[in-house]
Design a protein around this ligand. Structure first.
Ligand SMILES: CC1=C(CCC(=O)O)c2cc3nc(cc4[nH]c(cc5[nH]c(cc1n2)c(C)c5CCC(=O)O)c(CCC(=O)O)c4C)C(CCC(=O)O)=C3C
Ligand SMILES: [Fe+2]
Length: 388
């Protein structure tokens, strides 16, 4: 599949020396009509110890998480001073996006709202309404399709719109697990992690692709045909492995594994858990491991606790050389991807047929979800961004 990035960097006439042509081109490639804002939609996290319990209550309301699991997860947060890294990472992403937009001549204010912590989505929509925002594109900080990463955010948005008279119209941008702006930073992070290992044994390394576990049933219901969560991760993983092969000349052994399982033990969730997987690697004769948290776009608590703390300790105990690949974070390619997604969707809404960048075995994701896609595991609720 063609993977040339779309956008101004390709068509900019370098060295033509005609300021007006440059200006015209950049304006043409930065037409975000009909959007007058971008809304960053995220999970939210606690910022101080007193926030931890109310945050966890928000996350788990009515979800049947056993109390002992909540105590355990609370400890993860308290271990880091009661502060999740996620809000600061979203602040950094917004700053990077503002700089990227400005450099591209895109004048679009950026707002931020969360599911589980301040700033809550409804407060932000109120601010947007007060500022006269009429229609906004929504970038969700989850790259893959599942109830938790897709529909639940669309339900959150529908509820917030409902609560705010005069709220702007909202379009959720497509899932981006296979956008080159996401895949390329993961490839480079994997290469950088591999480079920390001794060249003489480097090719024995296992690439351990890690994402958030979800219930098997949630995976089965994800996407229009079901199974999209695992299918999208598998496709992204295969693409990264192939690009690493192209760079290094070696096709590394690799697997898709999971972290952060919660929920009652009798309910099956996606496996293997990363720690169990490392045990298997050790039992099979040991190998260096590069842990690649490609299910997360930045270093969330799952990454700094479940991987950097827990899985790293497991690897150490087992004597496996361990390196953790960086997340996309504010890599300039990832930041530019957000801009491309806004402009792509804006063009689609205007009735144009923009090129939709996607790499690997799956096409670019759909803009609007089918009503039966990623169903709510409890009871159906109104959700934004679907067909019909
Ligand atoms: C697919 C997925 C993503 C990726 C998509 C996305 O990014 O949205 C994600 C992200 C996140 N999950 C997060 C935190 C938590 N998730 C929990 C619980 C759960 N997650 C689930 C799934 C996912 N979660 C599920 C099926 C549950 C069971 C309860 C339920 O059905 O909803 C719990 C409860 C305690 C526990 O059991 O772990 C916590 C505290 C944070 C913040 C981290 C930080 O502070 O940096 C982030 C970014
Ligand atoms: Fe979660």
């Amino acid at each position: 599949m063609d993977n040339t990035p779309q956008g101004s960097q390709m068509t900019r006439p370098v060295g033509l020396g005609t300021g007006s042509a440059l200006t015209r081109l950049s304006a043409m490639h930065s037409d975000s009509t009909p959007y007058d804002a971008l809304l960053l939609v995220s999970f939210g996290g606690p910022e101080k110890p007193e926030d931890v319990v109310p945050f966890l209550e928000n996350v788990t309301r009515g979800r049947g998480i056993p109390p002992e699991r909540l105590v355990e997860v609370g400890q993860h947060y308290f271990g880091f001073g009661g502060r999740s890294p996620i809000n600061d990472q979203n602040r950094a992403l917004i700053e990077a996006l503002q700089a990227d937009f400005a450099a591209a001549g895109l004048e679009l204010p950026i707002y931020w709202g969360n599911r589980n912590w301040e700033p809550y989505l409804a407060e932000t929509l109120q601010q947007m309404a007060d500022d006269g925002i009429k229609r906004a594109a929504c970038f969700v900080t989850s790259a893959y399709s599942s109830y938790s990463g897709c529909r639940q955010y669309r339900e959150d948005l529908a509820r917030a719109v409902d609560a705010v008279p005069g709220a702007p119209e909202l379009d959720r941008l497509r899932a981006y697990f296979n956008h080159p702006g996401f895949i390329e930073p993961v490839v480079d992070a994997t290469l950088a992690a591999l480079a920390t290992f001794d060249p003489s044994t480097r090719e024995q390394t296992r690439l351990v692709f890690v994402t958030h576990s979800i219930p098997d049933s949630m995976n089965a219901g994800s996407g229009p045909e079901g199974g999209a969560y695992v299918a999208q991760h598998t496709s992204a993983m295969d693409e990264v492995v192939e690009r690493v092969r192209a760079e290094t000349g070696h096709r590394y052994l690799h697997d898709l594994v999971f972290c952060s399982r919660s929920g009652p033990p009798q309910v099956p969730w996606l496996e293997p858990d990363v720690n169990d997987y490392l045990e298997e690697v050790a039992a099979a004769g040991s190998a260096p491991v590069v842990v690649i948290p490609f299910g997360f776009i930045s270093d969330h608590m799952e990454v700094i606790y479940d991987l950097d703390t827990e899985a790293a300790a497991t690897a150490e105990r087992l004597g496996l050389p361990f390196a953790r690949a960086a997340t996309a974070g504010i890599d300039p390619r990832f930041v530019a991807m957000v801009r491309e997604l806004v402009l792509e969707r804006a063009a689609t809404v205007r009735g144009e047929e923009p090129r939709k960048s996607a790499v690997g075995s799956l096409p670019a994701c759909w803009d609007l979800c089918r009503p039966d896609c990623c169903p709510n595991p409890r009871a159906p609720q109104p959700a934004l961004g679907q067909l019909g």
